[in-house]
Design a binder for this molecule. Structure first.
Ligand code: ATP
Ligand code: MG
Length: 564
């Protein structure tokens, strides 16, 4: 049989790579990319795009992708973040193998390069304060002014830089700057800072350094040292490309990588800035970086998203150079597509009303076979217990049915999924008029959901036997923000927090089979949505299930249309 392969056109980066390969511009014909997160927070969905591009290109062209922790800002970085970054990349199914690097590995080399630049008259120690530097820098329309220190003699620069490193000066007293061009139309080329003084203990280098190299100096040189061929980053770095090219053409740097920029991933309803996410964590708007409402990789993992669905999602979004906002519903569509194929179907009643089947023998229990997944013929079956007292969803019964309602009401017959046909006969109410039980009769001939006379019913309800139910906690998650663009109206994204982003159902009734579910299993509670076992709080004696996402519900739509 011929293999049918879906051909997608090459994206612009693939075109560049194929052209470079064809024209012998790639050393050893080996594509080397890197994913360079700054370990100052957890990875988010935006990073998934970058990970898929970088690791994906290396896979496609038989090269390699480095994991480089870009740890040049000791004040904000923690080992916890490094561990989470690694776990997240692995969860997505990518592997950097032995190519694990840290920008801090290059501190010695970067220092030597800086000294060399000073000796060659290409860098100087500046005593301007941060405010003064800003003033001297000029604007987009006006050129900058040379610092009075720009022509400091080389010997003095060398001594001051050495003393900066020795810790003789307070933070902000001096900066090492590249001597490029204060009149450059590109502000990033107006004598960019190379080193600043910072007294902070670094997670890896400890207190060895009190001067730290800047991003625009560190990143390109790290790329060059590692032999990166294609350094792929997001569009906001486009203006930094001349600084990148300046650094990689410093004398003595042998390999010349090139930088390419693509549009970052933005999704409506989501915030994807580590700074804002950290704020939500630190101020307890969520329970942590891995709160299932967070757009972090650890959050969506705990929420029950599959890595395959997220890879599908970013591949549908594609790689382009134009910024845009992707619809949240596309992401959920991809999640549903994947989970539909793999989620185990179970019956769970989240808002129960008791149904007493009056003509069913007291104490009798029958076991029906339930398919695990109708989309997967190899998924097998499990048993589900049936008895006289069952729960159905409260919304599956209506005392006074509205037009178009095909579920249970007095006199109406419905099918119980996997079991019998039942007809409601009467209701019991408490003093407040609330229905506490629905009485029904079943047709013993309708076992398995069909009858001898072949009569049809329009409604099918899921149900759980009262005496056989697993009683568990269910966490109904929804979007964390209720506005498409959080903060657009008032300027404060906190104003758009969704107060109903988590509704806890303390006692849901789920068929017994659910007790076998483990962390990482994908589940569908029939007609309710996709669910998973919470990885943090679920215990055998108190199971907790998280709603991953809802199913599309035609009745909900119809209800909304009818204004109910
Ligand atoms: P944030 O702005 O969310 O704090 P960042 O860009 O500071 O993120 P880094 O850790 O520096 O985060 O990012 C690592 C890599 O991931 C970089 O190459 C960056 O360009 C890329 N990246 C970050 N956010 C996105 C996004 N939304 N879409 C695609 N790539 C992204
Ligand atoms: Mg950053």
């Amino acid at each position: 049989m011929e293999e049918i392969k879906e051909e997608r056109p090459l994206n612009f980066i693939e075109k560049i790579i194929e052209d470079d390969l064809k024209n012998g511009r790639v050393p050893n014909n080996e594509i080397v990319t890197r994913f360079p997160p700054e370990p100052n927070g957890y990875l988010h969905i935006g990073h998934i795009k970058s990970i898929c591009i970088n690791f994906g290109l290396a896979q496609k062209y038989g090269g390699r992708c480095h994991l480089r922790l870009d740890d040049t800002n000791p004040a904000k970085e923690e080992t916890e973040y490094i561990d989470s970054i690694k776990e997240d990349i692995k969860w997505l199914g990518f592997d950097w193998g032995k190519y694990e690097y840290y920008a801090s590995d290059y501190y010695d080399q970067l220092y030597e390069i800086a000294v060399r630049l000073i000796k060659e008259g290409k860098a100087y120690v500046d005593s301007l304060s941060a405010e003064e530097m800003k003033e001297y820098r000029g604007t987009l329309t006006e050129p900058g002014k040379n610092s009075p220190d720009r022509d400091r003699p080389i010997e003095e620069n060398l001594r001051l830089f050495e003393e900066m490193r020795e810790g003789k000066y307070p933070e902000g007293a001096y900066t090492l700057r590249a001597k490029i061009d204060m009149a450059s139309p590109n502000i990033n080329m107006r004598d960019p800072a190379l080193y600043r003084i910072k007294y902070a203990t670094h997670p890896r280098t400890g207190d060895k350094w009190c001067i730290y190299p800047m991003y625009d100096f560190t990143h390109p040189i790290s790329d060059a040292i590692e032999g990166i061929t294609h350094s792929i980053c997001t569009l906001e770095f486009e203006d930094h490309r001349p600084a990148y090219d300046w650094a990689t053409s410093i004398d003595g740097i042998e390999h010349t990588p090139h930088q390419y920029e693509f549009a970052r991933l933005n999704i409506n309803y989501l915030l994807m800035s580590k700074r804002k996410l950290l704020y939500l964590v630190n101020n307890n708007f969520v329970t942590g970086w891995d709160d299932p409402r967070m757009p972090t990789v650890s959050g969506i993992r705990r929420r029950g998203y599959s890595p395959e669905s997220m890879k599908d999602f970013v591949s549908r979004v594609g790689v382009a150079k134009v910024e845009g906002v992707v619809d949240y519903s596309l992401m959920e569509f991809c999640v549903r597509e994947d989970l539909n194929k793999r989620a185990k179907r179970l019956m769970a009643v989240l808002d129960p009303v008791l149904v007493i089947i009056d003509n069913y023998p007291e104490g009798k229990v029958e076991y029906f076979e339930a398919e695990n997944n109708p989309e997967d013929e190899n998924s097998g079956v499990h048993k589900v217990a049936f008895s006289k007292n069952i729960f159905i969803e409260r919304e599956d019964f209506m005392e006074n049915p509205v037009k178009g309602y095909h579920r249970l009401y007095i006199g109406n017959e419905i099918r119980l999924k996997h079991a019998y046909y039942i007809t409601a006969t009467s209701v019991d109410k408490d003093e407040d008029g609330k229905i506490i039980a629905v009485h029904a009769t079943y047709d013993p001939e309708s076992k398995g959901g069909t009858t001898a006379d072949g009569r049809k019913v329009r409604g099918t309800s899921h149900w759980v036997s009262k005496d056989h139910a697993l009683v568990a906690e269910v966490r109904q998650y929804d979007k964390l923000f209720k506005a498409e663009n959080p903060g657009a109206q008032t300027g404060n994204y906190l104003d758009d927090l969704n107060p109903d982003s988590l509704i806890v159902i303390e006692k849901a009734y789920i068929e017994e089979e659910a007790a076998n579910a483990k962390v990482g299993d994908y589940l569908q509670f029939i007609r309710n949505g996709y669910y998973c076992v919470d990885s943090k709080d679920s215990r055998p004696e108190h199971m907790v299930f998280n709603r991953t996402c809802t199913l599309k519900d035609s009745w909900a739509k119809q209800k909304a249309k009818m204004g109910l």
